[in-house]
Design a binder for this molecule. Structure first.
Ligand SMILES: [Zn+2]
Length: 178
């Protein structure tokens, strides 16, 4: 049985990759040539089985992928806002996936562990959320699409263009959640 690669193994892989690398434009080169940056942001989960670059067949400049545990929109907000400032986003896709690990832990359990680890940080820990999913995936997607749509920190035009999906790990399909 093979073990997952260590960080050193991954660094070694880069030496194989580097000679095959095709240089990409800098941001200033891209904007100077009149081309836009990506206009779609995808909020997905860091689960190694859920790779939007693969199942959406993304190439460089196609989209910005933000990955937070359980595809948590609230946790993605600072990154989303920073990217919007930079490229002017036009759409947000919230993508959850089947068999998400966030269905299998509770934020309260994690808070309890953290309070034992860092008792002096209790006030910070109370404010932290870890992306738990307590209901169905459909409900979760609907809830987080709604969070983005009513978030006043996002531009109104962007809030009107938020859609939600479930990616099926078994058959590779992306189902729109209304
Ligand atoms: Zn997940």
């Amino acid at each position: 049985m093979s073990h997952p690669p260590t960080a050193s193994d991954l660094i070694a892989r880069n030496t194989t990759y580097q000679p095959t690398h095709h240089p990409t434009a800098t941001l200033s080169e891209r904007f100077a040539s009149g081309l836009k940056g990506p206009t779609v942001a995808i909020i997905a989960c860091p689960d190694p089985r859920c790779i939007p670059e693969t199942f959406l067949n993304l190439t460089t400049w196609d989209a910005v992928v933000i990955r937070t545990a359980g595809s948590n929109v609230t946790a993605a907000l600072p990154t989303l806002i920073a990217i919007d400032k930079l490229v002017g986003l036009q759409e947000i896709m919230v993508v959850n996936h089947t068999d998400c690990g966030a269905l299998m832990y509770r934020d309260d359990e994690i808070r309890e562990t953290l309070r034992a680890r860092a008792p002096r940080m209790a006030h910070v820990i109370e404010q932290m959320a870890f992306g738990e999913i307590t209901g169905t995936l459909e409900d979760r997607v609907t809830e987080h699409v709604a969070i983005a749509r009513r978030c006043e920190l996002l531009r109104q035009e962007l809030r009107e263009k938020v859609t939600g999906y479930i990616y099926d790990l078994k058959d590779g399909s992306l189902k729109h959640v209304n």
